[in-house]
Ligand binder design. Structure first.
Ligand code: C2E
Ligand code: MG
Ligand code: MG
Ligand code: MG
Length: 287
């Protein structure tokens, strides 16, 4: 069906990298060099507003286009960047590239918000919040144009500092989302304290939802929990129409997954926006 026919060549890469090999490679061909030589690239995956079936956000997902190794997925180098002290540089590159893309779409009259993934380290690093806040001013982006997706580990590592930094970002017009919700170890007491606006339910609870009653119970109660705490909810990992409809019926606000679209390089994403049967918001500047 759709999910299967959407399997294009973009996701093809040589699988199975021995972490040590990759670590050596990463250190030799340092991130700085990878950035200078334009070896990092962002793919974009839509988030759909279920009430209106409108494409409301695009999540930026980094890949390393290695000259010999091909397209390396983030799971194989983000943790190495973390271990080798290169996360600050990586996230700054991703942020800048995503902001540039926001402006490009804006100039084309496409109204879409962008979500950026940031790691625990960035939140606990004093300088990233000022970097992203200054960039937002420089680019004159509206409040809530950018969502920052943060995983729970940032909160668990240092709840006080994380809360402080997240409040600072929120007060400067960023929308904050807890990514992979349900897989981390934050307590409800911690969640209650967090100045976030959105929970993103981990795909492990969503992918098999049709045939798993426990997943249905978990997702349903997470949606209710979020709404009771005045948070919006995103479900990731929607791979079939049944799940999309089920989530819509259960008042989940946003949906993301291969059934809607796989992550695509920016040019293909723009093309997808032209052809999709979902709604796309546009502004016509020529009127
Ligand atoms: P994430 O932020 O939770 O992103 C969702 C991941 O799930 C993406 O994998 C996406 O391709 C995949 N996915 C989306 N829909 C489906 C689906 O329907 N089925 C299945 N099986 N998978 C789906 P990807 O792009 O490989 O990224 C993996 C993780 O790497 C991300 O998880 C995020 O934690 C991290 N990551 C990606 N880009 C960045 C970045 O720029 N900075 C940081 N710090 N982390 C990043
Ligand atoms: Mg994410
Ligand atoms: Mg996630
Ligand atoms: Mg994830």
């Amino acid at each position: 069906q759709r999910a299967k026919s959407a399997k294009k060549s973009f996701e093809i890469y040589n699988p199975v990298f021995d972490e040590n090999t990759l670590e050596r490679l990463f250190l030799t061909n340092s991130l700085k060099q990878a950035i200078e030589e334009d070896q990092l690239t962002l793919h974009y995956q839509p988030k759909l507003c279920l009430a209106t079936m409108t494409v409301s956000h695009a999540e930026a997902l980094v890949r390393w286009q290695h000259p010999e190794k091909g397209l390396i997925p983030p799971d194989e180098f983000v943790s190495i960047a973390e271990k080798t002290g290169q996360m600050a540089a990586l996230t700054r590159w991703v942020t800048k590239a995503a902001f540039d893309q926001y402006l490009t779409w804006q100039q084309q009259g496409i109204v879409i918000n962008i979500a950026i993934n940031i790691s625990a380290e960035n939140i606990l690093d004093e300088s990233y919040p000022d970097f992203v806040i200054n960039l937002k001013k420089q680019y004159q982006l509206d409040d809530n144009a950018i969502t920052l997706e943060v995983t729970e580990d940032a909160v668990v590592d240092d709840p006080k500092q994380a809360t402080k930094m997240l409040s600072y970002l929120r007060d400067n017009g960023f929308k904050l989302s807890v990514d992979d919700y349900g897989t981390g170890y934050s307590s409800l007491a911690q969640l209650k304290q967090l100045p976030v606006q959105e929970l993103k339910i981990d795909r492990s609870f969503v992918q098999q939802l049709e045939n798993d009653e426990n997943d249905k119970i978990i997702v349903k109660s997470t949606i209710e929990l979020a709404h009771n705490m005045s948070l919006s909810v995103v479900a990731e990992g929607i791979e079939d129409e049944y799940t999309l409809n089920w989530l819509k019926e259960h008042n989940c606000q946003l949906a993301q997954g291969y059934f809607i679209s796989r992550p695509l390089p920016s040019a293909q994403f723009t093309q997808w926006l032209e052809t999709t049967h979902y709604q796309v918001k546009r502004v016509n500047y020529n009127k």
